[in-house]
Design a protein around this ligand. Structure first.
Ligand code: ADP
Ligand code: MG
Length: 583
């Protein structure tokens, strides 16, 4: 077949297809034009999910009468004068092809009038040809109607889906711009009813909540970080709550809704490991100087690229990590909770019988060497304040004064400001040990064993030991060869609960995990944490539970154990109210 140059008409139709894919793309382009024109109120009318009609009415600055016809010419734009302007573009439009594209594949009407003029213009176009142009009088603003999209491209038209699907896509578009512009009023109507309404709001959070009524501010973790080359602002939802509101992830970059994998990955990274079914919710606005961002890599501008992606990644993940950490500390520390300050020391006589632990010379949760549980809870709990007044309580005071409750020797239940948390004691301790090993290089707090432990290793395990022996001390585990196939453990990470059985299992793990690269501190620390953490089935005292929880929430990533399993599940009061039908 010989090569032919496409007719101008065909080429225009093909090009139109890149920008306008479905009614929702028309709505996106029209809303962006209205925003660029400084509209304060934008109304969208739909017929048959936009397939019959999409009409956007704004109160923006309008188009000069003598320029209306230009708007439907390809590359006609009032927003960009030269290619140099591309790097400092701040308007939504600049390619000047949206109206031209729509004009090509639909019946388009533009009706507009500028402020202070006697009259405006109505321009009717069909398949790119002007069929009518006349004067009109209306209030300031512009109305663009796109009827029978793709009427002249039957193949395209047949790709459109059902009315409700197309309408849903349009609503998603409107929602995005509503989230970006709280001060602007948006409305979507069909001939039958008003399908969405976002009244003008003072602040962003208010708009977010009107767009997602399910969100309550209490559940949102604010995030705010500024740098000369990049700033980020937004909200994240705690991973233990995000299951309800799946797929709520919005990224806006320089005021555009965008899809940006690197940012998504940075957020996930900032949260720390996620169990695979937990998808964090977030809504983030990033801003950078215009010349740091290329917005012109996709015809519909849904993808953008930041100039320094490494910096972008680190900046975002760091911001998320800090926000999550800060929230964990402020929301869950016990000093904040009024109910706790009323606690009385629980009766000593009741604490000791619940301590079946012999582990002579073991450390308590604080890493202090204690041969038996301390007699005064206040000494152990440090920051924790018990009231002075014991109110003449006797040893019979029931345990319901206790602040922590251990369920089946596996889970710890505790009240927090917003409800109830359930902590997996093993996973929580694992996380604590893991972070203590990793955050303090070479200074991992350790316990020197009074009686060193002798561990028997099989030849493979012994070989591994020889290979990693240099790396173990920095994780708090000092060991020496001790005769053939035996090693002597002299120190353990502080607070790790390990006997010969656990240590031997640890080396078995090292061998079996082909992933353990020599000196991969994180992996080794995760294994040690796993074997050294208290197990399910171990009874804990009040002090131990309290200490465990306090230390957990001092961790950088308190919500997950090193393997990504959750450490904490939370029930807010409103979760409970819902379950009990109080609403
Ligand atoms: P772009 O937005 O890339 O400039 P468009 O094809 O979307 O290209 O629009 C072409 C031009 O028409 C715009 O540059 C603007 O001058 C004008 N225009 C379009 N819609 C409106 C509107 N709602 N209000 C005012 N001017 C508009
Ligand atoms: Mg435009």
């Amino acid at each position: 077949m010989s090569i032919r140059i496409l007719s101008a008409e065909t080429a225009a139709k093909i090009a139109a297809g890149e920008v306008i894919i479905r009614p929702a793309s028309a709505v996106k382009e029209l809303i962006e034009n209205s925003l660029d024109a400084g509209a304060k109120k934008i109304e969208v009318y739909l017929k048959e999910g936009g397939k019959r009609l999409v009409k956007v009415v704004d109160d923006g600055e309008g188009i000069p009468s003598d320029e209306v016809e230009l708007t439907i010419k390809r590359f006609a734009t009032s927003k960009l004068a030269s290619a140099g302007d591309l790097v400092r573009i701040s308007s939504y439009g600049f390619r000047g092809e949206a109206l031209a594209s729509m004009a090509e594949v639909s019946e388009l009407t533009v009706e507009t009038q500028q402020e202070g003029t006697q009259s405006g213009i109505i321009l009717r176009v069909k398949a790119g040809k002007v069929i009518e142009k006349k004067e009109t009088v209306r209030s300031r603003g512009t109305t663009v109607s796109v009827s029978n999209l793709f009427f002249n491209l039957p193949a395209r038209r047949s790709f459109l889906r059902g009315e409700s699907y197309e309408r849903r896509m349009i609503l998603a578009v409107v929602r995005n711009y509503a989230l970006l512009h709280p001060e602007i009023r948006f409305e979507v109507r069909t001939p039958k009813r008003k399908v969405a309404e976002y009244t003008s709001c003072r602040d962003w959070l208010e708009r977010i909540k009107s767009v997602y009524p399910k969100l309550k501010s209490a559940e949102l973790i604010p995030l705010n970080q500024k740098h000369r080359l990049l700033s980020i602002e937004g909200y994240i939802i705690r991973p233990d709550q995000s299951l309800e509101i799946k797929k709520l992830q919005r990224i806006f970059f320089n005021n555009r809704p965008v899809i940006y994998r690197a940012i998504y990955r940075a957020v996930i990274e900032g949260f720390g490991p996620q169990p695979d079914n937990v998808v964090p919710f977030f809504i983030l606005k990033l801003n950078s100087p215009a010349d740091m961002l290329d917005s012109n890599i996709h015809p519909a501008k849904t993808e953008v690229r930041y100039r320094d992606e490494r910096f972008l990644f680190d900046f975002v993940s760091q911001a998320v990590r800090q926000a999550v950490h800060k929230e964990a500390v402020s929301n869950l520390t016990y000093t904040q909770l009024p109910s706790y300050t009323h606690l009385r020391p629980y009766p000593k006589s009741l604490t000791h019988p619940t301590q079946p632990r012999d582990d002579s010379a073991q450390l308590n949760m604080h890493g202090n060497r204690q041969s038996s549980p301390p007699t005064d809870p206040a000494i152990v709990s440090g920051s924790y304040k018990y009231t002075e007044d014991t109110g003449g309580e006797t040893a019979d005071t029931p345990l319901y004064h206790a602040s922590f409750w251990q369920l089946q020797e596996t889970y710890i239940l505790a009240q927090v400001s917003s409800g109830l948390i359930i902590v997996d004691q093993h996973a929580a301790h694992e996380r604590i040990l893991f972070e203590e090993m990793l955050t303090r290089l070479w200074k991992t707090p350790r316990q020197r064993l009074l009686f060193p432990l002798i561990v028997e290793l099989n030849p493979e395990e012994y070989a591994i030991f020889e290979e990693i022996t240099d790396y173990l001390p920095e994780l708090g585990l000092e060991a020496k060869p001790f005769g053939p196939d035996q090693i002597m453990i002299e120190t353990l990470p502080a607070d790790a609960k390990m006997g010969p059985a656990e240590l031997s299992a640890l080396f078995t793990d090292f061998v079996e995990s082909s992933e353990v690269k020599l000196g991969n501190r994180e992996k080794m620390a995760a294994f040690i944490a796993c074997h050294g953490a208290i197990k399910a089935g171990q009874r804990l005292s009040q002090q131990e539970m309290e200490s465990l929880i306090n230390r957990l929430f001092r961790c950088e990533t308190p919500y997950f154990c090193p393997h990504g399993r959750p450490t904490v599940i939370k029930f807010t009061m409103s979760d409970l109210d819902k379950r009990f039908g109080r609403f």
